[in-house]
Design a protein around this ligand. Structure first.
Ligand SMILES: CC(C)(COP(=O)(O)OP(=O)(O)OC[C@H]1O[C@@H](n2cnc3c(N)ncnc32)[C@H](O)[C@@H]1OP(=O)(O)O)[C@@H](O)C(=O)NCCC(=O)NCCS
Length: 373
């Protein structure tokens, strides 16, 4: 029996050709490329193709992907109805999880788990995710959902449908960077959850629904929402020290900080911080970036813990005017690519994921009939 590692820390749970962290250079390598290097060179759509198909697309392949993504943005009526009829208090992550699951009931290839069908389903789902997020959000606000705009990129259309106006070039560039940075990150909790489901030879929608459920929690993707709520709570950079010290004294976590893998800083943070700071300066409101920097300073001094990518994404999204409960769903609108690649990879060399545990319960109990209990 292998040694027990709480939280599976350090456990090698599989092989993958999709991404790795190079700890020597502190780079996230995706399909052989430095992901951060792609943020100012490639569109999210190019990176999506890279993750799904294994290398950057040719112009013809990108044209094909863009054509499918724009053609597939509309939702089936059954899915629209779910988004329309959900109680307006439903968290957008719960709504998105439900809508993705429902989409699986309408997809013509739902049960086909061949690589080709799974790729086609992934692209259809990727196209529809922003429409699901925006439709649910606008219904909850009492607003009519907007039709997707086929002239806009994935990032631009996402912003347009959520905010109700054509985004600026700077907003689109910022969203493009954040989507690229969120697209793939190895055997994290949600990807592992998706792989566990895929390992039973279940279909793509089942595995991605599990991934969304796992991503929602504040220790994972939900941290971008929790971090922004915390920055609002802190209110001003000069309050950060007392706030952080108080939380640490109470053994509470500071959301948007810390990482299981990165111990010297998240490789995705510097580029996203630059993007977030630029948006803040353009909006003449640097308070949130300043608060985040102040928290970073105290946490570094006190614990040697650094921000993860959720921190700069949080204040970048907030500066763009995006409602906080949509932050983690936007993460989903990108991570679908990473999950789908892992689902395909898992099923290609599949062995069902079924670990062991150490039993800590009672032994030797003797049955007593109901009347005697
Ligand atoms: C990401 C995270 C879940 C990793 O967890 P992990 O690898 O299991 O690390 P642990 O929770 O065991 O933390 C190890 C130590 O660092 C501390 N720590 C880790 N992250 C911390 C944080 N965000 N705030 C305060 N302390 C933190 C723990 O309290 C613990 O300290 P101790 O040894 O003095 O008890 C954790 O850092 C965290 O909860 N961060 C906040 C949520 C977040 O931003 N998640 C998004 C991740 S991308």
């Amino acid at each position: 029996m292998a040694e027990y590692s709480p939280g599976l820390a350090g456990v090698i749970a599989g092989e993958s050709a999709i991404s790795r962290i190079d700890f020597d250079s502190n780079k996230l390598i995706v399909r052989g490329y430095d992901l951060v290097d792609l943020t100012d060179k490639a569109s999210f759509e190019e990176v999506a193709w890279l993750i799904l198909y294994g290398d950057l697309p040719t112009q013809a392949q990108l044209d094909e992907l863009n054509a499918t993504l724009t053609a597939e943005r509309e939702l089936p009526p059954q899915v629209s109805a779910i988004l329309r009829e959900a109680p307006p208090t439903t968290h957008p992550m719960a709504l998105l999880r439900t809508a993705v699951s429902a989409l699986g009931t309408t997809d013509p290839e739902a049960k086909d788990i061949s690589k080709e069908a799974t790729l086609r389903k992934s692209v259809r789902l990727l196209a529809k995710a922003p429409t699901m997020i925006a439709t649910g959000h606008r219904h909850a606000q009492g607003l009519e959902p907007l039709a997707p705009d086929p002239k806009l990129s994935h990032a631009a259309n996402l912003l347009y449908m959520i905010l109700g106006e054509k985004p600026t070039a700077s907003a689109v560039a910022a969203m493009n960077v954040s989507l690229i940075l969120y697209a793939e990150h190895g055997f994290n909790a949600s990807t592992f959850a998706a792989r566990v489901v895929a390992s039973t030879l279940a279909d793509l929608h089942s595995a991605i629904t599990a991934g969304i459920g796992a991503l929602a929690g504040p220790l994972h993707g939900g941290a971008n929402e929790a971090a922004m709520e915390m920055f609002i709570d802190i209110g001003a950079p000069e309050n950060a020290r007392d706030y952080v010290l108080d939380r640490l004294a109470g053994k509470q976590k500071i959301m948007g900080f810390g990482h299981r893998e990165y111990k010297t800083g998240d490789s995705r943070v510097p580029v996203m911080k630059t993007v977030g700071r630029r948006l803040a300066e353009e909006a003449s409101e640097t308070k949130w970036a300043d608060i985040a920097d102040a928290v970073e300073k105290v946490l570094d001094e006190e614990k040697g813990i650094f921000p993860n990518v959720d921190t700069p994404c949080a204040y970048a999204y907030y500066t763009l005017g995006i409602a906080i409960p949509l932050f983690t769903p936007i993460f989903v609108a990108s991570r679908i690519t990473g999950w789908a690649a892992h689902i395909i990879e898992q099923q290609e060399g599949n062995r069902i994921l079924r670990p062991n545990h150490i039993y800590t319960g009672p032994e030797g109990k003797v049955f007593r009939p109901l009347a005697e209990r």
